[in-house]
Ligand binder design. Structure first.
Ligand code: ADP
Ligand code: MG
Length: 346
């Protein structure tokens, strides 16, 4: 019997799935979120609706929990650090500070000797001109991006419009001629041991994950290297919890890190049904200081993300024994919004 209460910042599907994993481990959850309708409130023991800069509500949250984790990385860093002074935040806020900033993130990865796509830090149209050799490329906001938000394709210099104001910092990345995308999910524990799930193959549509599967169709060398890199990154960050490394594989089989997610990840949803211990359970175990139980694969699997109005069709369907439909219970259907997923064991 455990008496831990875990605080979770964010109330989307990742928060919901973390709450469900915690329940299985007898760990209580308190979710804080600025989304009054966040679906995680249906699974948490308590829910606090608040803006993240509301000091009173944050104090109420801190007082209720033993430690804190988060389902998304774009939490203002000062707030995360403030919470960490009172109750331990895992993964550590310092890690989040690096990863929520593409420039710091890419520099950190490159300094480990791990390849990313060629990139440059951009603050003006002139900076793009100076880095013309990177084109065709993708301009991404340096902070606060998700699901392709804040990304602009630049094929030629003329795509930089004269009336653009550079009010924020950007990264310009070379556009990779993709052969494949894969991700590696790793959970690292307080005792410094880690479990690395096998690489997952991902297909994105309009920059949003649409489909994931295991096994991924890659050679042994890439399989190993992808896991070795993830382990090195987790160790250098002294990471505790579940983390995801997203990779590009180009036409010449170069393995390039796209980005790191310092949290459980959409591509790992299939671990709920394909493994005895999911990325969510492993995350909760790791941050709460539980032991790392033996992880076993149960089956190959495929996962489809259900976006926007597609959910209506799934809500009326019946499913086979190998199919696991997750409805996130979001009240408002928006175009391209992640509404649910379906995992099929193969
Ligand atoms: P987000 O932070 O929104 O997840 P990503 O940088 O991971 O954004 O980009 C989302 C998707 O867009 C990637 O998974 C990939 O399919 C595509 N993409 C992003 N950057 C590149 C690139 N430099 N070359 C080719 N495709 C890219
Ligand atoms: Mg991504």
């Amino acid at each position: 019997m455990s008496y831990i209460t875990l605080g979770i910042i964010g109330s989307g599907q990742l928060g919901s799935l973390l709450c469900q994993a915690a329940k299985k481990l007898n760990i209580k959850t308190v979710v804080i979120s600025d989304d009054e309708q966040g679906p995680a409130q249906n699974y948490s023991d308590q829910f606090i609706f608040s803006k993240y800069d509301n000091k009173e509500k944050i104090k109420e949250f801190i007082d209720k929990v033993d430690l804190v984790t988060y389902e998304f990385e774009n939490i203002p860093i000062d707030i995360l650090k403030g919470i960490n002074k009172k109750k331990r935040v895992l993964p550590k806020p310092d890690i989040n500070q690096i990863i929520q900033n593409r420039k710091l993130e890419k520099s950190f990865i490159n300094d480990l000797g791990i390849k990313t796509t060629e990139w440059a830090f951009i603050q003006s149209a002139d900076d793009i001109k100076k880095n013309e050799k990177i084109l065709p490329g993708i301009l991404k906001t340096n902070t606060l991006g998700y699901d392709g938000h804040g990304q602009f394709v630049l094929n030629i210099l003329d795509d930089v419009k004269k009336d653009w104001y550079f009010t924020t910092d950007y990264i310009l990345e070379k556009k990779v001629n993709l052969k494949k995308e894969i991700s590696v999910i790793i959970t690292r524990f307080l005792n410094k041991e880690s479990y690395i799930y096998e690489p997952i193959e991902n297909i994105h549509k309009d920059q949003i994950l649409k489909h994931s599967k295991i096994p991924s169709n890659i050679n042994q060398e890439i399989f190993k290297q992808a896991q070795v890199n993830a382990k090195l990154i987790a160790e250098k960050l002294d990471y505790v919890g579940t983390m995801c490394v997203e990779y590009f594989i180009d036409q010449n089989d170069n393995l390039l890190v796209n980005e790191i997610a310092p949290r459980v990840h959409n591509s790992g949803h299939l671990t709920i049904n394909a493994f005895n211990i999911s990325q969510f359970e492993n995350h909760v175990r790791a941050v709460c200081g539980l032991n790392n139980d033996t992880v076993q694969k149960i089956s190959n699997a495929e996962m489809i993300n259900i976006l926007g109005k597609e959910i209506d069709e799934y809500r009326g369907k019946s499913f086979g024994d190998d199919e696991f439909f997750f409805d996130y219970g979001k009240k408002v259907i928006k175009d391209k919004r992640k509404m649910g997923h379906l995992t099929t064991l193969k």
